[in-house]
Design a binder for this molecule. Structure first.
Ligand SMILES: [Cu+2]
Length: 697
């Protein structure tokens, strides 16, 4: 009995030891996956938040898509809870925007912008500080599956998107909080494909302008890398501000690669993987992989990788790692949307030093169409979702998995000790920052906070940072905005074993001011939030005062606060909306600089009207010597000139319950009204603007 017993124990003991050792080597070579982490929705879209958490969302359903009823299921994932992270309660976002299949950008101030998709003209912005989505101004062109990216000046750029809001005519648009959306008529969606692409794409224009790969480049232009055959340089400022473009050649013999992707893993270097010749229809995945070097504008180089990926993939995610390697994960062998047949569970890692791929550990759940992968701020990788197809039960993946890359392990498979760093929260361009930390760090890199859906993540980029060390005190040199578009970055430090730190969040740069306006007379930002003074930021000292008046129009002490923190960006003023006998008004005294307005005038404002019944003056002076605002449902610019002519622009435009950007201009010949960047009224007039009375504005 006893002998038998010991005989049994011993082999089992040896077997366990062997398994542990193999497992250990396995972690060090192949990395390791968590078990699936359950979600209450299919996470189709995902974005990094400044505190390390992720925001994920599906559509107006948690398990399906279709229609555009104006809300979205969202869920926050917190990787810092427990070993594998945890998911917070599911919420429903009401911004009149079904954010399924959007463009996503990470704004310079850390907020997340989602545009178009099922609600094809809408824009919504998530504020991680207040943990709420707000509605932003509508795009001029409705779209879904468009390409979107943050530019080096902080603007959001978008192009294409015939999947939603009608086919074709999806010209580029650009957005700034100060000016709203503006169409770039020189950049039509047709630039995104050539004749070979349209011959290849079995679903026509509906798909040809989908998911553009867009990269702000070291030369300050936008590099369009695919998925069409021909690459382009796009200059959104060219052609008098309407946008211009030129060919940057082809990716050698690569073909149309829809639902493949590119990722910037080093300065001006993109890795291209995967894709297929048609969006769906079981079109086979292609195995063409290249490094595209865009550092020389006149000599864009496409270099084939040394080997191909083991698995040619479509609907694939690429995630750049702190050490410059790229994890290729998910996808399948053919473009069969809403199927897991042919899915690849094995991950592959591209190593830029060897210019080749190797296979690594396999996850448990297929991640095909409608899956999304993204880097976590601790150097692990999140991939979740797949499906969102209603009654397709086993294809709906209400979960995510976390990958720990090999660099997190010792050779025996135990978790490696990670270097530690402390960095400032903000950094400026072309200047140094001081970072303290573990001695002997050999590499620093900044990886931009990003966002992913439908295989595309145009926001992620890794930029290595040069530095010097003095016994754990590091001096890092932050390069220019062309390399680092403004926004939040993860600062990683790597030790001599290649083990990365947990990252520090650094806000790099900020959006450029819209433009230097030497003739700016009055600029009220309404940021004060308290009191009765409103500061003029134009430099002319036209500071304003909040005034209440009695029934005889005499000023009385202000009785209440008209401030709200619910502005489109920051604070705003809430006024009663009465044109005459208003009891709340912001008054600007008459001054030399105001009186100097004579030949030309531009007035712009962001406005949110609760209702359309009232007359609202946005800027008026000694009525009717100047009126800009709303007469009930009419949008209006009116003033007489000094020679008896007058501008009388009236147009039926009465937006309510949403933020709109309104503007009026007069150039000495024509008065014009704009709404969200589109001209909607004009009226000829001659003579000069005549603001002679000394009454306040
Ligand atoms: Cu989709």
């Amino acid at each position: 009995m006893e002998i038998n017993h010991s005989f049994y124990i011993k082999p089992i003991f040896i077997f366990l030891i062997t398994l542990t050792t193999l497992n250990g080597q396995d972690n060090y070579q192949n990395g390791a996956w968590s078990d699936p982490i359950p979600f209450d929705l299919v996470p189709v879209a995902v974005a990094n938040l400044p505190d390390g958490r992720l925001i994920t969302w599906s559509s107006k359903f948690h398990d399906n898509f279709g229609g555009e009823d104006g809300f979205t299921f969202t869920q926050i994932f917190d990787p810092s809870i427990g070993a594998d992270g945890d998911v917070l309660a599911r919420t429903v976002t009401q911004t009149n925007h079904d954010m399924f299949c959007p463009g996503i950008t990470n704004l310079p101030d850390g907020r997340i912008m989602a545009t178009g998709g099922s609600s094809s003209e809408r824009s919504s912005i998530y504020n991680p500080t207040t943990e709420t989505w707000i509605r932003a101004d509508d795009m001029n062109i409705p779209r879904g599956y468009h390409g979107a990216v943050t530019l080096s000046d902080g603007s959001t750029f978008t192009i294409g998107g015939s999947w939603s809001g009608g086919e074709g005519n999806k010209d580029a648009e650009i957005w700034r909080p100060e000016t709203g959306w503006r169409v770039l008529s020189g950049l039509q969606n047709e630039i995104l494909w050539n004749v070979n692409d349209s011959d290849s794409e079995g679903q026509g224009i509906y798909r040809l302008d989908n998911h553009a790969w867009l990269w702000p480049a070291p030369n300050g232009k936008i590099f369009h890398a695919g998925p069409g055959e021909t690459m382009h340089w796009i200059d959104e400022k060219g052609n008098n501000g309407n946008g211009s473009f030129s060919s940057a050649g082809k990716r050698l013999n690569d073909t149309y690669s829809m639902n493949g992707n590119t990722v910037m893993f080093d300065i001006g270097k993109l890795l291209k993987v995967g894709g297929s010749g048609t969006y769906a229809l079981d079109s086979p995945a292609n195995e063409n992989s290249y490094v595209i070097d865009i550092n020389d504008e006149n000599n864009v180089q496409t270099i084939p990788t040394l080997n191909s990926m083991e698995n040619a993939r479509v609907f694939v995610s690429s995630v750049v790692l702190p050490n410059g390697e790229v994890l290729i994960v998910g996808g399948m062998d053919k473009a069969d949307d809403f199927s897991d047949t042919g899915a690849y569970l094995t991950g592959e890692i591209y190593n830029p030093d060897t210019n080749s791929f190797r296979t690594v550990a396999s996850m448990q759940v297929p991640r095909t169409y409608h899956s999304a992968g993204i880097l976590l701020n601790d150097g692990r990788v999140f991939i979740g979702g797949g499906g969102l197809c209603g009654n397709c039960d086993d294809l709906n993946h209400f979960d995510a998995e976390i990958y720990s890359p090999p660099y997190l392990f010792n050779t025996n498979g135990s978790l490696a000790t990670r270097p530690e760093i402390e960095a400032p929260e903000v950094a400026d361009y072309n200047s140094d920052i001081s970072v303290t930390g573990t001695q002997g760090i050999v590499e620093f890199s900044l990886i931009r906070f990003s966002s992913a859906t439908h295989s595309v993540n145009n926001e992620q980029r890794r930029i290595p940072i040069s530095f010097s060390e003095n016994a754990g005190a590091y001096n890092l040199t932050i390069p220019n905005r062309e390399l680092l578009p403004p926004g939040n970055y993860m600062l990683f430090a790597l030790d001599s074993f290649g083990v990365p730190s947990i990252s520090e969040t650094v806000r790099v740069g900020s959006a450029l001011p819209v433009e230097n306006l030497p003739n700016l007379v009055l600029d009220l930002k309404f940021e004060e939030g308290t009191g009765i003074n409103v500061v003029d930021s134009s430099g002319n000292g036209n500071n304003a005062t909040i005034v209440e008046r009695d029934n005889n129009k005499n000023p009385i002490p202000v009785t209440q606060s008209y401030w709200t923190s619910d502005g489109l960006f920051g604070n705003a003023m809430e006024m009663d909306g009465k044109e005459f006998e208003s009891n709340s008004i912001v008054e600007v005294p008459y001054s030399d600089s105001m009186a100097s307005i004579d030949e030309e005038l531009t007035v712009m404002a962001w406005v949110y009207r609760d209702e359309i019944e009232k007359n609202v003056a946005i800027l008026s002076h000694d009525y009717p010597s100047l009126f800009f605002g709303f007469h009930n449902s009419l949008y209006k610019l009116e003033f007489p000139t000094n020679n008896g002519s007058s501008v009388n622009c009236y147009v039926g435009y009465s937006p309510a319950q949403k933020w709109v950007h309104i503007a009026a201009t007069f150039d000495g010949q024509v008065g014009r009204l704009y709404a969200n960047g589109v001209e909607i009224c004009s009226d000829l007039a001659s003579g000069q603007i005549n603001l002679e009375s000394s009454e306040q504005f």
